[in-house]
Design a protein around this ligand. Structure first.
Ligand code: UDX
Ligand code: UDX
Length: 454
């Protein structure tokens, strides 16, 4: 068997590496229109930072895992073709700001139709709006060859991708359950995962349930974060501590404790895009009340980011003009170099609009990426990029912690405190530092949902 995956991104790259690792007899080709991305996957400097991914890639690359720009040839030789290209929110025309832009998916479908001399199984790996499989099917059918389209959404989270792929809670495969060929295609794909995933964790459904389950899973996860963030605002007003509330509430086994960590807001390439897409679908199907319900989750996230940046300005005597703020972390979460939809982007833009000076430190995000995200030049006099958190904090009026990198917990804050301008503030946007200890060192501290602090 041969597999080809179109799209060598945060999803396609790690997922196919795991497939190759677990199925030594299957040749896996990962192809991409970006020659630079493919070159990076073939180098020692992978385009995606993920814990433990480097070693895994080294084990299989050149054996049964290949990264290439030979898109059509790899498609033609494959039995199964995964589509793992990006599906960003549409920025223009009909559905702008909420619908998914499916132009890459359509282009891939046309390429598959053109390049394939024989019929194949085509798998939607990218998160798609419900009924996208129809679009793919219609384009493929025009080629005159027989294709089966499956939906097999990926649930990995960045930063824990290798672990999630190795031991997924479930693998979801949606297909045409009503036809013999459809059922056979589902079984073929299931047999690939069954090499390492227990049978009972492989869920088989119809196409539309699979597509909708992925959107729903992300919407539920985002909803939990917005729910606890909503409560964090109330904690600040009442003197409660959101971490204590989350613990008490999450100990109820019906509720569960994960995804109740209050923060500056969720980021990442999926939550916002998928929620907007879900809202768009509800509106499209004339369900305005359902759309409004989910829109609340998005609005709460925007409110949380704004609330945080206002709290910083407020704490610094309502004036941050010309003041140095040390920005600890820019990635949307720890253990990744990804900044897509990172809350740090909106928050830092707010600071810049208040004429602050920003000194950045993130262990994995590049200066070029931060500037691109903020829409500024690399030599902009308002920003500085530091090699260590200590350098960023030097002379700063405040530390603003935006990403939960482990190293921030282990710093010598007594030393940092001495190098800062006084009064020295720490705004802990992830509630990951020891606030009592910091107050003892002379910092003014503000966390999220910590109504009991100074
Ligand atoms: C993306 C989506 O964000 C996610 O919702 C979906 O589930 C999977 O695809 P990700 O892998 O993180 O996830 O995207 P990205 O890192 O942008 O990678 C997509 C890759 O596809 C890029 O390398 C891009 O060059 C490539 N691509 C895009 C193609 O090869 N062909 C195209 O026509 C378009
Ligand atoms: C998410 C889903 O978890 C994954 O299943 C799906 O395939 C893709 O989208 P990802 O965006 O990579 O994964 O990371 P995730 O761990 O879900 O975090 C998303 C955002 O929520 C981050 O900004 C994170 O910091 C934030 N978050 C997460 C919180 O603020 N609080 C929490 O309790 C958990």
């Amino acid at each position: 068997m041969r597999i080809c995956c179109i799209g060598a991104g945060y999803v396609g790259g790690p997922t196919m590496t795991m497939v190759a690792r677990k199925c030594p007899d299957i040749r896996v080709d990962v192809v991409d229109v970006s020659a630079a991305r493919i070159a990076a996957w073939n180098s020692d400097n992978l385009p995606v930072f993920e814990p433990n991914l480097d070693g895994l890639v080294r084990e299989v690359r050149g054996k049964n895992l290949f990264f290439s720009t030979d898109i059509e040839e790899c498609i033609d030789k494959a039995d199964i073709v995964f589509i793992s290209v990006n599906t960003p929110t549409k920025t223009y025309g009909y559905g702008a700001g909420s619908a998914s832009d499916l132009s890459y998916v359509e282009a891939c479908s046309r390429t598959i139709a053109r390049a394939s001399k024989t019929g194949k199984i085509v798998v939607e790996k990218s998160t798609m709006p419900v009924r996208t499989a129809d679009v793919i099917k219609t384009i493929l059918a025009s080629s005159g060859r027989k294709f089966q389209v499956l939906s097999n959404p990926e649930f990995l989270a960045e930063g824990t991708a290798v672990r999630d792929l190795e031991s997924p809670d479930r693998v979801l495969i949606g297909g045409d359950e009503d036809s013999e060929e459809g059922r056979r295609a589902i079984e073929t794909l299931a047999s690939v995962y069954a090499r390492w995933v227990p049978e009972e964790r492989i869920i088989k459904t119809n196409l539309w349930s699979s597509e909708l389950s992925k959107l729903t899973a992300n919407a539920f996860l985002a909803q939990r974060i917005s729910s606890i963030n909503a409560i964090s605002a109330l904690c600040e007003a009442t003197g409660a501590d959101v971490d204590q509330v989350a613990k008490a509430v999450g100990s109820d086994s019906r509720i569960g404790s994960s995804f109740l960590k209050s923060s500056v807001g969720y980021g990442g390439s999926c939550f916002q895009k998928d929620l907007l897409n879900l809202i768009y679908l509800c509106e499209h199907f004339n369900l305005p009340q359902v759309a409004q319900y989910w829109r609340g989750v998005v609005e709460m996230n925007a409110f949380q980011k704004k609330r945080f940046s206002s709290n910083v300005v407020e704490g610094l005597f309502r004036n941050i003009s010309g003041k140095r703020l040390a920005i600890f972390g820019f990635a949307f979460k720890e253990n990744t170099n990804d900044t897509r939809e990172s809350p740090a982007i909106d928050i830092c833009k707010d600071f810049l609009s208040e004429h602050a000076k920003l000194a950045f430190y993130d262990p994995k995000v590049s200066k070029a990426q931060i500037c691109a995200d903020l829409g500024i030049e690399e030599n902009d006099p308002r920003v500085e990029f530091c090699d260590s958190p200590y350098a960023a904090a030097e002379g700063a009026h405040a530390i603003v912690l935006l990403t939960h990198w482990d190293e921030f917990k282990k710093l010598d804050y007594a030393k940092i405190r001495k190098s800062m301008t006084t009064p020295a503030w720490i705004f802990d946007g992830r509630n990951c530092l020891d606030h009592r200890l910091l107050i003892g060192l002379g910092f003014l501290v503000r966390g999220i949902g910590k109504g009991n602090l100074s």
